[in-house]
Design a protein around this ligand. Structure first.
Ligand SMILES: Nc1nc2c(c(=O)[nH]1)N[C@H]1C(S)=C(S)[C@@H](COP(=O)(O)OP(=O)(O)OC[C@H]3O[C@@H](n4cnc5c(=O)[nH]c(N)nc54)[C@H](O)[C@@H]3O)O[C@H]1N2
Ligand SMILES: Nc1nc2c(c(=O)[nH]1)N[C@H]1C(S)=C(S)[C@@H](COP(=O)(O)OP(=O)(O)OC[C@H]3O[C@@H](n4cnc5c(=O)[nH]c(N)nc54)[C@H](O)[C@@H]3O)O[C@H]1N2
Ligand SMILES: [Mo]
Length: 772
């Protein structure tokens, strides 16, 4: 298919391409709004630089030879949000009861500024009151000792450093539980499960140098312009070499169409834009398995013909024979699959999938980038396996310029798993930890997020310790979760800013204010640095550069060490004070636990571009069950089992991010890329569906989830915003739409909530009921 047909169309009337002047204006606006002193804005120059600090926004790779401004609009907003001059002091809490604060918007809560001192909930006054660190640690330790460790959940929200994370998992395990869910459970867990089964490592295999060697990139269900904008640098370089980019996304996302680089004077001065996607396929949400199957079908068909005609083979036969198992079963399944079914489920014409296959067959090295559009489905793991099937057909794993590339979320979410934050005992080196620290770690499986909240609904959870995060807002089924959360005995929140989860507190509740990693962290042995792992498996040092928000805030390693010390007491052989005083000692222990990836950790942590962790699949060593890369026969074409296909009025709701939020942190109510201003209660719908449902722009509707479990899940006041999106699919914002997402509507293998395909009906329009 010709480029112009399915790439950028002449009438793509989007107000902005990603980057460009709009982006620079937004950065300046964010700094001014936060009253960040001009001096502090020079902090941005140290963002993602060797010897500087690792951005607190996304986890994209940090190059060895960074651009002068190695930050993006999203990263600058996140930095400004942390460096804000606004403060939430104990005096603030004297003026407001928790009940009053519950009426505040999420944006306003965080916008009130950084937390400055430890706080404890006081039921008599319904206020958070000041408490000393010593008192807080002692009381939390006492409470935890009185609870059954199996009823305590240790959540981690993907941002905390490798040092903090390693200490945190040791603390939980010495205390007696593997209940270590992290944000990955709602995010790329489908990757951790799917890639592990397929190629033997649960993470992507591409590195930055691969972008210089690739011939083709797929982009599935990831919104690069908003959620990992620094990656646009690599995409743009590749596009300049003529590398095609084939995108599969139901929405026409401006950030995936064209790019003006705010750091290139030429592109800023002229209307020239680089085209990002050379093919743009607007499949139905949940249609990825079918679309990928269609591409595989075209490729296998071409190979069958080549074989018959004695022409050069299309498949990488050598790779398939030497390195894989399960090819024949997969190929037979693909040959038997009907194009009619594929087209129906993918919502794409056969010609689109053939056009993608044609490019794929021409390319020698192919990468596949993907995000939440793939993983957050009932069939999320299957989607990941299908992507691997496609890559295996032409040997696109473990060679330069090729491989699966899950674009991870939080800045250290991948690293937290690497150093033992996992509820799955088989993924943590328990024997090693046992001998290194002289204790008997629990061996039974801990709870992931969905399991933890199911247990909470059953009254089986006593306490939740939150190392960051805002679970009351980020998990599914908010209306059921909030009352259950209120029933907890203890909630402990290590946080930079106030959020809803702190207000929906347990019987006892603490807020422990921590430093942001942008800030200078001084301990007894001097200034400290920490480390993180980026999306490409490279590990970087990060040193804070700004003055701490408050002399009374503490670093995350400090807080975790004190919590462990006060909870474990004599039971722990670890000298937590020494670790708290000098993080280099923690890195030495990480190196002992994981020598393959972390040997000489302290010496290597400042390697420009980071040092790579071990990734056997990159060398075509497959740590899978069979010892080979594993093809997979899909169970279904990808249909969501909860989606009533035959209900004419049902809609599939995907919940996604605007360009002015970082997860539950809402920077503003605008979505510059999608042309939305001042409102997040929005539903994106195509004109055909608007006509079918008799709706006009700006009508307000109420959505209700289709489920027969006896719960009435609805969200009202959603404003119709016409958008280029396939029929039957609608989109709204996360977390506003989370009350619609049932807890059980998740991938069965990974338990990632199906946030991209919620079956819903319209039950009200402008206040008037509709029959269903
Ligand atoms: N500025 C900013 N950066 C962030 C974040 C943030 O909130 N703000 N969050 C961070 C985190 S934790 C994460 S996990 C990542 C998330 O980054 P993404 O993976 O980009 O997540 P989403 O914004 O949820 O949107 C996913 C995209 O998937 C598309 N999509 C929806 N359903 C389907 C489908 O069925 N198939 C396909 N092919 N596409 C689909 C949507 O149209 C959207 O473009 O970003 C990280 N970076
Ligand atoms: N419907 C729907 N639901 C989703 C998603 C979706 O796409 N749709 N996406 C899911 C995904 S991918 C994710 S990752 C989760 C995220 O879910 P969470 O991890 O629960 O949420 P965050 O919004 O990242 O957490 C924000 C809070 O972290 C605290 N914080 C910020 N910086 C720091 C720091 O440096 N240290 C500490 N200790 N605390 C800090 C602040 O108090 C802030 O309020 O949500 C998931 N939920
Ligand atoms: Mo995420």
């Amino acid at each position: 298919m010709a480029e112009s047909d399915n790439a950028v169309r002449k009438n793509d009337a989007y107000p902005y391409s990603s980057g460009g002047w709009g982006s620079l204006k937004a950065v300046t606006g964010a700094l001014v709004h936060e009253k960040v002193p001009l001096k502090a804005s020079t902090v941005l120059m140290k963002q993602n630089k060797p010897e500087g600090f690792a951005c607190v926004s996304c986890s994209w790779a940090k190059p060895a030879d960074p651009h002068t401004f190695e930050f993006c609009e999203s990263g600058a907003k996140a930095t400004a949000w942390d460096l804000t001059a606004k403060r939430m002091t104990p005096q603030f809490f004297e003026l407001h009861t928790v009940t009053q604060l519950c009426a505040w918007h999420d944006h306003d809560l965080e916008d009130a500024g950084r937390l400055t001192a430890p706080l404890r909930y006081d039921a008599a006054t319904d206020k958070y009151v000041s408490v000393s660190w010593q008192e807080a640690f002692e009381d939390i330790g006492r409470e935890l000792r009185a609870l059954d460790p199996k009823s305590v959940v240790f959540y981690a929200s993907g941002r905390a450093s490798l040092e903090t994370s390693y200490m945190y998992q040791l603390f939980a395990r010495m205390y007696g539980t593997n209940n270590l869910p992290d944000s990955s459970n709602m995010c790329h867990e489908s990757t951790s499960v799917g890639l592990k089964e397929a190629i033997g490592v649960g993470v992507g295999t591409v590195r930055l140098e691969d972008f210089e060697k690739t011939d083709l990139m797929f982009f599935l269900g990831q919104n690069v312009g908003t959620n990992s904008p620094r990656m646009l640098h690599q995409l743009q370089e590749a596009r300049k070499r003529g590398v095609p980019i084939i995108t599969f996304n139901p929405l026409r996302e401006p950030g995936l169409l064209k790019f003006a680089n705010p750091q290139s004077p030429v592109e800023m001065m002229t209307p020239a834009h680089t085209l990002i996607s050379t093919q743009y396929h607007q499949l139905k949400t949940g249609g990825d398995t079918a679309a990928l199957l269609g591409i595989c079908k075209a490729v296998i068909h071409a190979d069958d013909r080549a074989k018959e005609a004695n022409e050069p083979r299309v498949l990488d036969v050598d790779f398939i024979e030497t390195h894989t198992v399960g090819f024949e079963a997969f190929a037979n399944y693909v040959r038997a699959a009907s194009w009619d079914d594929i087209e129906r489920v993918a919502g794409l014409p056969r010609a689109d999938m053939e056009a993608a296959a044609d490019e794929y067959m021409r390319a020698n090295a192919v990468m596949a980038h993907y995000g939440m559009g793939i993983t957050q489905h009932r069939q999320g793991v299957q989607n990941v396996r299908m992507l691997c099937n496609l890559l295996f057909l032409r040997g696109n794993v473990g060679k330069p310029g090729a491989g699966p590339s899950p674009v991870r979320g939080h800045s250290n979410v991948q690293g937290q798993r690497t150093v033992g934050i996992t509820e799955k005992p088989e993924l943590a080196p328990l024997d090693k930890l046992a001998s290194q620290f002289g204790f008997e770690p629990p061996r039974e499986k801990g709870m992931n997020i969905v399991e933890a909240f199911e247990a909470m609904l059953d009254g089986k959870v006593g306490a939740v310790i939150n190392l960051g995060g805002n679970l009351v807002r980020s998990v599914p089924d908010r209306m059921r979760i909030e009352p259950a959360w209120r029933g907890l005995k203890l909630t402990v929140n290590v946080a930079t800013k106030l959020n809803r989860s702190h207000l929906v507190h347990g019987e006892k509740s603490y807020i422990l204010p921590c430093l942001s990693r942008i800030e200078i962290d001084t301990q007894a042995s001097g200034a400290q640095a920490v480390t993180m792992e980026d999306s490409t498996g490279c590990i970087h040092g990060s040193r804070g550069v700004a003055e701490p928000a408050s002399p009374d805030a503490r670093s995350e390693p400090y807080i975790v060490a004190e919590l462990a010390k006060h909870t474990l007491g004599e039971r722990s052989t670890i000298d937590w004070d020494r670790w708290r005083n000098d993080y280099a000692l923690v890195r030495d222990e990480i190196a002992k636990t994981y020598p393959e990836s972390f040997h000489d950790f302290n010496e290597r942590m400042w390697t420009p571009g980071g040092f790579p962790r071990a990734l056997p699949a990159r060398e075509r060593k497959w740590q899978t069950k069979s010892g080979k890369a594993e093809f997979f026969v899909p169970e279904t074409l990808g249909e969501d089992p909860d989606m009533p296909e035959r209900e004419p009025d049902s809609l599939r709701l995907m919940t996604l991010r605007s360009d002015s939020q970082f997860n539950t942190t809402i920077y503003s109510h605008d979505d510059r890329f999608r042309g939305v201003k001042g409102d997040r209660m929005v539903i994106f719908m195509c004109e055909a569906d608007m006509a079918r449902h008799g709706l006009k722009k700006d009508d307000r509707i109420t959505l209700r989830t289709i489920a027969d479990d006896g719960f009435d899940r609805r969200v009202a006041g959603l404003r119709i915003h016409p958008y280029d999106i396939p029929e039957g699919c609608i989109a709204g914002y996360y977390p506003e739409c989370n009350p619609l997402l049932p807890l059980w509507h998740c991938a069965k293998e990974s338990k990632v909530p199906g946030a991209k395909s919620i079956p819903v009906f319209i039950v009200e329009v402008n206040g008037a009921p509709r029959e269903h």
